[in-house]
Design a protein around this ligand. Structure first.
Ligand SMILES: C[S@@+](CC[C@H](N)C(=O)[O-])C[C@H]1O[C@@H](n2cnc3c(N)ncnc32)[C@H](O)[C@@H]1O
Length: 195
């Protein structure tokens, strides 16, 4: 089957809706993950490039929000970082933790709804790959505001999402009390560094 793609390359089914853990999602990723191993394929190139082009060292705390089956979380943990992956889909998190165990990687999986979720502690990198677009505009910006409270000084926020959502994300950083410098802001990609 050929999955419909949004402008940032994500699978999107705006015309379908499903309930997962009492929450209506535009598309039921839990069902997809149940039937399809590695449903979304290779890690997102933008993130692979970010991690390969910078001397980040090892052992960073990375929070992958809406991690799915963990295509990004797994490659980041393979580089020696400690990853917490959060997703609404129990199947996605089960696949993530099974892969992490098999490869002995430092990954913790959490099943949670990010409209309600508050991370424990601070992270050096907050990564959100094609997840925020799945929320309505109000909860989307509220969730982002709550998540960026948990980025450590000198930490990063790496977002890939619908291009049309990027301007709204910027308003969240502008309103935030910490200082942020924008490193990348182009079609569907927003990378910022906290000072
Ligand atoms: C397009 S997929 C991207 C998955 C992963 N980031 C990747 O790129 O492989 C969107 C993900 O967001 C998750 N998601 C949607 N709404 C969510 C919510 N309210 N809380 C947590 N995860 C959510 C879905 O379960 C799905 O795994």
């Amino acid at each position: 089957m050929k999955w419909p793609r949004c402008d940032s390359g994500c699978v999107t089914f705006g015309f379908l809706a499903a309930e997962v853990y009492g929450r209506t999602m535009a598309y039921n990723y839990d069902d997809l993950y149940k039937t399809t191993p590695n449903a979304l394929g290779d890690p997102t190139k933008t993130f692979v490039d970010f991690f390969s082009r910078r001397d980040l060292g090892q052992g960073l705390r990375v929070l992958d929000v809406g991690c799915g089956q963990g295509r990004d979380a797994l490659f980041i943990a393979e580089l020696g970082h400690r990853v917490v992956g959060v997703d609404l889909s129990p199947s996605g998190i089960a696949d993530l933790t099974a892969s992490a165990q098999k490869q002995n990687l430092a990954i913790t999986g959490i099943v949670a709804d990010i409209t309600q979720f508050t991370p424990e502690g601070d992270f050096d990198i907050l990564l959100i790959d094609r997840t925020l677009h799945m929320l309505d505009a109000g909860p989307r910006l509220k969730a982002l505001g709550r998540l960026i409270d948990h980025v450590a000084p000198n930490g990063w926020v790496l977002i890939v999402d619908e291009s049309s959502n990027i301007a709204g994300f910027k308003t969240v950083f502008d309103a935030h009390c910490e200082q942020w410098s924008t490193e990348v802001a182009k079609k569907g990609t927003l990378f910022l560094k906290r000072s």
